[in-house]
Each structure stands twice: as C-alpha cells, then as structure tokens.
Design a binder for this molecule. Structure first.
Ligand SMILES: Nc1ncnc2c1ncn2[C@@H]1O[C@H](COP(=O)(O)OP(=O)(O)OP(=O)(O)O)[C@@H](O)[C@H]1O
Length: 326
C-alpha cells in the first residue's frame, strides 16, 4: 500500500479585475495532479520554474488550500485540517526548503532550531532533548559545538544539513524536500544528497524530492513525475523517463542536463540542438487550445504520457490489438 496518495489535486488562484473586483479568471497553478508515494521510496517531482511543484508540495502538507482533489494518508483525506490533526499528520510529514538562510530563524541557536519540532510534538526532558539534538547533528556530520552557533555562522551546505536534521528530528514518515540542493555548489550538493540517503536508510523515510534538475533527480529517485504548467506530462520509473522519454517537454529537459564527459560533449550539443528544433516545430501539438497538457495515457505498466489525442488513440488501439491488459 502507498504511504500517501495524491488524487486529482487542483490549486487554482483567482484573478480579480474590473470595477467590482470580480473573479475574471484563474491561475491553474496545479491542475489535476495524481501520483502515489510508496513507503521508503524517493519520488521525484520535476519541472521548470512556475510549473507548479512548490504549490503541489504546499497543498500536500497543508500550507496551501487545495481547490479540489484528495491527499489520502492512513485512509483519510488530509486536505481536511481536522483529519490532519487527528492523524498527527504534521508530525509525520516534514519539509526541507531550498533557501536555508531564510527558513532557519537567524536569531535562534542551532540547538533551539533543531529542537523546535521536538518541543512541539514530543515534550522530552531537557537532557533527553539535548541528547537527541546531538545525535541528529552527528547524523548530518556536524560537530557538537554547532549547538551554540547561529545559522549565519555556517556555509550553505552545512545549513542545509541543519535543515535535514530538523526535518528528521521527530522521525517523520515523509519529508518533502523542495529544491533542497539547488542553491549549493555541485560538490556540496552530493554531500547533502548522501546525508539524505543515509537518513532514509536509517529511518525508512519516504521523500518527495522536488527539483528542476533531472540530473540530480536521477541519483535520488526510483519514480518520477514531470510537471509542466500545472499538469503532469509524463510519469514513470527512472528507466522510463531517462531511457524512453516520450513527451517533448521531458526530452527537452533531458537534453538540457550538462554533459560532464568531455568526449561526448559535441554529440550531446548536437542532440540538444536537434531536440530544440523539434520542440520549436512540434511542441504545440502536445498542448490543447488552452495551452495545457492532455490527459495522461498509459503506455506501459509503469509509464504514462500526456500524448496528443491522435497518438493516444493509436496507442490504446495498439495495446488492444496486442491484447495487453495495462
Ligand atoms: N499565491 C499565488 N497567487 C497567484 N498565483 C500564484 C500564487 N502562488 C503561485 N502562483 C503561480 O502558480 C504557478 C506555479 O507556481 P509554483 O511556485 O508552484 O511553481 P514551481 O514549479 O514551484 O516554481 P519555482 O521552482 O520557481 O518555485 C506560477 O505561475 C505562480 O506564479
């Protein structure tokens, strides 16, 4: 059974205008997003800036009100605040933010920052609390003297590790990590990601890993959804997305991953230019009249793609002819 199931989630923001300040339109920040996160897995949600990733995350955790849809945890819809309270959802689901400098209170010492969720949820004795904070610092590779320092006394990578320690303090079941490493240098990124993996092994945590970078997601996620303009345009296993991408938007994102191997650089550049040409010529057919992606079509047991209607029809026909039952 999945740890959490997101079904047809929508977050629309009203646009007001005119003399009466009436609602004249909506920004469809999230428009019918469906996916499940399994126990202990890292699920990747990928897309460019403005595609709706953060709004999806905020609606899942309850920081943003969903317009419609459900988020099911332990059999209950936790879009409803009453269910979140009853299931202790805010204890079980924690978040790591991209910008550690603004998400960690600059006036608080690290001890108090990491202990905050413990104080909210666990009410330990002073000694037990300190011991727990020291263990958490150790897990993310920071010395005990970090306890008495303030966020600005650390590097970006260290601050992000403090954010990881705080998120994991209450032993949550799911951590939503919104662009956790995109503000960091490449070498520091790897370090933080390794700590996240280590913690996952130790505590059996699931992650919803949000990123604009398919290069980073490849190392972290078993299953991935690609988001564009509020909708999922392609979802599947790592193998589906990286070896058999089908949506033009996914292909373009993949072509944008920098090639580190010098001998393949020219080949990679040519491929990127080719994909860009195809994108310019054909991308319109992948979107409807309102410039939104089409509904997803299942192309294998694990892989779904927002294909244009004629291709979707052909795919379904092919599946029927082959007697496939997917
Ligand atoms: N409170 C709001 N009111 C109106 N529109 C909003 C609001 N919050 C977000 N949006 C719009 O919703 C869309 C999705 O934003 P969101 O922040 O979820 O994207 P994102 O993929 O997380 O991008 P980024 O990585 O830049 O944060 C954007 O077009 C954004 O302008």
């Amino acid at each position: 059974m999945s740890l959490i199931e997101i079904n047809n989630l929508k977050v629309h923001y009203p646009i007001r205008g005119g003399f009466w300040n009436r609602i004249v339109d909506n920004v469809k920040a999230v428009d019918g997003v469906t996916f499940n996160i399994e126990e202990g897995e890292t699920y990747g949600l990928v897309g460019e800036s403005g595609s709706g990733k953060s709004t999806t995350a905020k609606a899942i955790i309850g920081l943003e009100k969903a317009t419609s849809g459900t988020v099911t945890y332990k059999g209950k819809n936790v879009i409803e605040a009453e269910n979140r309270r009853r299931l202790n959802y805010n204890h079980d689901v924690q978040m790591i933010f991209q910008d550690s400098l603004s998400s960690l209170n600059p006036r608080k010492r690290i001890e108090d920052i990491i202990a905050e969720p413990l104080r909210n949820f666990e009410h330990l004795s002073k000694d037990a609390e300190k011991l727990r904070v020291l263990q958490l610092l150790d897990i993310v590779g920071l010395d005990p003297d970090a306890l008495y320092k303030y966020p600005h006394q650390f590097s970006g990578g260290q601050r992000q590790r403090i954010g990881v320690a705080r998120a994991v303090a209450t032993h949550p079941r799911l951590i939503i990590a919104d662009e956790p490493v995109s503000a960091l240098d490449l070498s520091v990124q790897a370090q933080v990601l390794n700590f996240m993996k280590k913690i996952q092994r130790e505590f059996g945590i699931s992650y919803l890993f949000i990123s604009h970078d398919l290069g980073v997601v490849r190392h972290m996620c078993k299953n991935i959804a690609i988001m564009n303009r509020g909708r999922i345009v392609e979802m599947g296993s790592r193998e589906d997305i990286y070896s058999h991408p089908m949506h033009i938007y996914t292909k373009r994102l993949l072509a944008a991953i920098p090639e580190t191997n010098v001998t393949h650089r020219e080949e990679h550049r040519q491929n990127r230019l080719k994909i860009e040409r195809v994108y310019q010529e054909q991308h319109q057919k992948y979107y409807d009249k309102e410039n939104m992606a089409f509904p997803l079509t299942k192309v294998s047991l694990t892989h779904s793609v927002a294909l244009p209607p004629d291709e979707a029809r052909q795919y379904r026909q092919k599946m029927n002819d082959e007697g496939a039952t997917i």
